[in-house]
Design a protein around this ligand. Sequence first.
Ligand SMILES: Cc1ncc(COP(=O)(O)O)c(C=O)c1O
Length: 452
Amino acid sequence: MPPTRRSFLTQLAAAGVVAPAWLSSAGRAAEPGALVEAFAPRLAAAVDAAGRIAAAMAGASSDPAVVAADEPRWAEVQAAWAVDRTILNLENGGVQPSPAVVNHAYLQAWLASHEAPAHSLNRVLWPQVEGVRARLAAAFGCDPEEMALTRNTTEGIETVLLGLRWTAGDEVVTTTQDYWRFQNTLRQRADRDGIVVRQISLPVPAESADEMVARFAAAITPRTRAILLSQVINLTGQFLPVREIVHLARARGVLVVVDGAHGFAHVPLTRDSLDCDIYATSLHKWLGAPHGTGFLYVRRERIAEIWPLYPAPAELRGSIRKFESIGTVPAAPYLAIREALDFWASIGAERKAARLRWLRERWLAPLAAEPWLTVHTPRQPEFAGALATVACAGLPPTQLAAWLWERHRTLVRPIIHPEFQGIRVTPNLYTTPADLERFVALLKAAATKGLG
Ligand SMILES: Cc1ncc(COP(=O)(O)O)c(C=O)c1O
């Protein structure tokens, strides 16, 4: 019988879990049971809210854009997170809080795995992870044997960039806005193996797919082996025309490695809508799955050519499983992906994407015409979703972000790049219109009165 919320809370209480020091206002470790007292009721209420989402969405318009603005329908969704509401968290780009129903499932699986790990973890829980792989593969539209479960996008992309058999003189094309870790990886391969990295720059914002494709096309030479690109650029939230770039590259025998860190479950997509051969994502971003979960998709016929980061048995050379040969890791985060998928389905992928864009416009539209604001993110739906980056004249991003946090408990991400700067603002489904009105007022106050 699956554990119920009540049996879980009883289990947690009986376990005498001690709250971490940050939960105790005095900064001391709290008494046993304090975690349950402090956290469990909030978690329970939010878990219950998730159960009401399907009913809240029933009978909604078939047009996602209409539902996005249908405020009463979003109340249960907002209530499904047990987040700290004294913080205005507009930094959902880096890592997100999971909906409570996901945390609840995660904690249950975590406790269950410790009952007798050689049995409960290895024989009971790990086999269930295969069901998670099957569901994720169905959501992405690939075969389960083309999907490795990873801990994050970093693991997936590093596996590919370090595992491809490039030799001196082979070229890799990427942009100046790709994720810093992978730029380091390519630099290391240049130093170690003599590959050549060609970085192109893209307009900020970029509002023409043709122009972006043309810039990639111009960088391809007969020595080009691969293109590394971000589906969604983390610095600005800019979307790239992945499918068009894949087709251009494939016609020239070039492999495209898609960094999908911000793509999956942010906007609707499948392997076939992108038509890509390699895609890595983090499920702790837009799917809201536990921290430390992701997947790497590799088209079946390309698996054998990529070395795994950790050597695997030789007979796994053509198997996606070779990328999972990484030693003992917990099953609980992977198991709770099920609840994250259910939660996402209860809202609907199209509705979620439409609501996120609606939330972005809710703060951006009232500010966009201000003479002190520069918007680095395109606002057409095909080019951006929840993330947007803006520069405020006279307000250095790092100082503005510090002022927002220290004075107003508001989280945003300062973006400092050689080609542009600003603050990145990323609401989530738990963000309310009132939150965003408050944020608009804060930015106006900062722009007109300064940070003093
Ligand atoms: C574009 C991009 N790629 C990759 C990553 C790495 O994600 P993770 O830390 O989950 O591996 C990030 C993280 O924010 C990112 O923004």
